[in-house]
Design a protein around this ligand. Structure first.
Ligand code: ADP
Ligand code: MG
Length: 255
């Protein structure tokens, strides 16, 4: 059975997609069978996996709304050596149409049942909002991985997000766990970042990953080559950090 992990934070630009693509590739590099689901209409995880979002036959829209079986919407073996369910602007329509369908919170969960045994890990790249798509992701997941930047107000935002996750979970998925909190785009020379990081550890303890993702230009460049960082510059600090994160996820037991 696959472990399903949503990568979520209602804030945009905190490194959700970068984490989704690079952790999926790193996990695949450890010989795990990985599926990445791009649930964001921006389709950045799709492009970052080397798949042209303007030229895909099926996306999360067909999966969620048209009842096309998961096996038919999955794009096999992308540039990151994982499988992908693509996202693009069609997924915006799915968000709207979900309002009209029966058991709308559980569409993704149901749709993934038929491929649960084909993968070890399924990662879901969530949109930067708490809409019906994100609710579907939470309902389909075992746990949530929260990427965050260590900046002023970050802690406040995070506490609010955790609250929302707990409330959502109590309604759509009582078994939902926090997989971990990931510090992204970290600059150790920045004093504020260090202060926030310390507060974060005090507040969230072991839920904070030891692995820290540094600010690294290779991570920002790789998507324009349609590839995860490890196949663009495998010696970059960014690529190495995501490999370390995959190791930490594999070792960690979430309770
Ligand atoms: P989100 O999905 O949360 O909106 P992204 O992963 O798209 O965030 O990241 C936002 C921007 O920051 C992108 O341009 C991305 O390339 C860049 N970025 C993300 N993580 C890093 C990092 N560790 N170092 C440098 N740039 C990064
Ligand atoms: Mg994103």
């Amino acid at each position: 059975m696959a472990k399903v992990i949503s990568i979520a934070n209602q804030k945009g630009g905190v490194g959700k997609t970068t984490t989704a693509v690079n952790v999926a590739a790193s996990m695949a590099a450890t010989k795990r069978r990985v599926l990445l689901i791009d649930l964001d209409p921006q389709g950045n995880a799709t492009m970052g996996s080397g798949v042209d979002k303007y030229d895909v036959e099926n996306t999360c829209y067909e999966l969620l709304i048209e009842d096309v079986p998961a096996k038919e919407v999955i794009i096999k073996n992308t540039a990151g050596k994982y499988d992908l369910i693509a996202g693009n602007s069609d997924v915006t329509a799915a968000e709207i149409k979900l309002m009209e369908v029966f058991a709308r919170e559980l569409r993704l969960r149901r749709a993934l049942e038929s491929v649960q045994h084909d993968y070890d890990y399924i990662f879901i790249d969530c949109p930067p909002s708490l809409n019906q798509l994100t609710v579907n992701a939470m309902a389909a997941s075992d746990s949530v991985l929260v990427p965050m930047q260590c900046e002023y107000y970050a802690l406040e935002g995070l506490t609010a997000l955790m609250d929302t996750i707990h409330k959502l979970a109590s309604v759509v998925n009582p078994n939902l766990k926090i997989e971990g909190v990931l510090r992204t785009m970290y600059d150790p020379r920045n004093r504020l970042a260090n202060d926030v990081s310390e507060q974060l550890k005090r507040h969230f303890g072991d839920q904070v990953y030891r692995t820290v993702i540094p600010r690294n230009v290779r991570l920002a460049e790789a998507p324009s080559f349609g590839t995860p960082a490890m196949y663009y510059d495998k010696s970059s600090t960014g690529a190495k950090a995501y490999l370390a994160l995959a190791g930490e996820i594999l070792r960690r037991r979430v309770t």
